[in-house]
Write a protein that binds this ligand. Structure first.
Ligand SMILES: Cc1ncc(COP(=O)(O)O)c(C=O)c1O
Ligand SMILES: [Zn+2]
Length: 417
């Protein structure tokens, strides 16, 4: 018999319990609660020890299968995770910080951290024997879902915003997803989510966006980013982790990972989670500043930012996102488009890392907190770089309106330098 460490599943809103064998996707109360997994930590802590991890050869997301809600023989993998934690010396000098690390998630198979989520979400679909997966996404999560669907022979339908980035939609098309761009007809409402739910209700398609209330399995994938960081830092918690945030699903995963590691004795102190949103869509930062609860959050009427991955009008996983920031002593930070694009330039120019704007927002927040004195030079900081610049080259080209076109002569070159 397969070993499996999920003991029970509980709705985050109404507390209703589900057995792991029932493979629930959403709460039957239809209350938009997220189904959270309760692991048998006593058993996991015997298995997942430091010495066992030293011996273990499997790398990436499935290295930590005891803390994932899928039976491991169903794992669909493209080699996701196992990304480098890069000591950023030049950038640290520039910012006058002693210890700065970049977790380079641009190197995932479809070039964003969402592969961690979708590897788990699609593996569960395969375990459940579903045929069609449907998603609502600004692009990265959909692209990742399409890649894993292709790998497993699942059919994939993606509802994306009208102005989806060219890099992301070309991935979707090439991976073979059926793609529909949706018109925005009502303010503060995400039509991609609405249509995804209709398709689920009428056609019974398996919902797999990167929002917990519509698929709890994929939430567990990004936890592995923090497990890796802790292993890479030899089980020392950094002081701060900078997290680009839209729906709050990633930061929810990181908070769940903190609780997992604490419960199995692999983490003493929580790293402070820094929730970063663009100024044009900052409902969670606003809630943190004003001390609001999740239920008091209103969707943003017209989210706007160069960081297209951070534009979810409503933070579906805001409950645990807020809890994670509050319980780790973290903070919410809003950054402007200009600050985000500066961070894109700094990552590339100082460290050779090519990030999309959403992927660089965490660095923009670090710069801000250093200026404000919240982060001090002796603090150890980890910045998550969550998506590749090749997703949205058009935004990068806007930074460089002209490239000289010259006669092939060195004199001409020297005129420009
Ligand atoms: C590159 C990138 N970074 C960060 C995020 C934010 O993740 P979440 O919506 O889980 O908060 C996204 C979401 O699409 C993304 O595409
Ligand atoms: Zn419920």
């Amino acid at each position: 018999m397969t070993e499996f460490f999920v003991e029970k599943i509980i709705c985050s809103r109404c507390g209703r319990e589900y057995s792991p064998e029932s493979n629930p996707l959403m709460c039957t109360s239809r209350d938009l609660g997220r189904l959270d997994f309760v692991y048998n930590y006593a058993a996991v802590s015997e298995r997942l020890t430091r010495s066992e991890l030293k011996r273990r050869e499997v790398r990436g997301v499935w290295r930590y299968w005891e803390l994932l809600p899928v039976k491991k023989e169903y794992a669909i993998s493209l080699g996701e995770g196992d990304t480098p934690l890069i000591r950023a010396r030049r950038l640290a000098d520039k910012l006058r910080l002693n210890n700065l690390y970049l977790k380079d998630e641009t190197r995932n198979p479809s070039f964003s951290f969402k592969d961690r989520a979708m590897s788990v979400g699609v593996s569960k679909a395969v375990e459940m024997g579903v045929e069609v997966a449907v998603t609502a996404s600004s692009g990265n999560a959909a692209a990742a879902l399409a890649a894993y669907s292709a790998r497993s022979g699942l059919r994939c339908v993606a509802f994306v915003p009208e102005d989806v980035a060219a890099g992301k939609v070309s991935q979707l098309l090439l991976y073979g997803a059926r793609v529909f761009r949706l018109k925005q007809v009502e303010e503060g409402v995400d039509p991609t989510v609405q249509l995804m739910m209709l398709a689920h209700e009428r056609l019974n398609w398996y919902t797999c966006p990167s929002f917990g209330p519509f698929n709890p399995y994929q939430v567990e994938g990004p936890k592995t980013m923090l497990y890796e960081i802790m292993e890479q830092l030899d089980w020392r918690s950094p002081d701060f982790i900078f997290v680009p945030t839209g729906s709050g699903c990633l930061i929810t995963g990181l908070w769940k990972a903190c609780m997992d590691l604490k419960n199995i004795g692999l983490m003493e102190n929580y790293p402070r989670l820094v929730l970063t949103q663009p100024t044009g869509n900052m409902p969670l930062v606003d809630a943190l500043r004003r001390g609001l609860s999740f239920s008091e959050i209103k969707p943003t009427a017209y989210p706007q930012s160069v960081a297209s991955g951070l534009l979810d009008p409503y933070p579906w996983d805001g409950d645990l996102a807020l809890e994670g920031v509050r319980k780790t002593g973290g903070i919410g930070v809003a950054v402007s488009d200009e600050e985000i694009m500066n961070a894109v330039k700094m990552l590339a120019g100082f460290e050779g890392i090519f990030a999309e704007p959403s992927g660089a927002a965490g660095l923009a927040a670090l710069v801000k907190l250093l200026d404000e004195g919240v982060v001090s030079p002796s603090d150890e900081a980890v910045v998550l770089v969550t998506g590749s610049g090749l997703k949205e080259p058009e935004k990068i080209m806007k930074l460089y309106p002209t490239t000289p076109l010259i006669e092939p002569s060195l004199d001409e070159v020297l005129k420009h330098i």
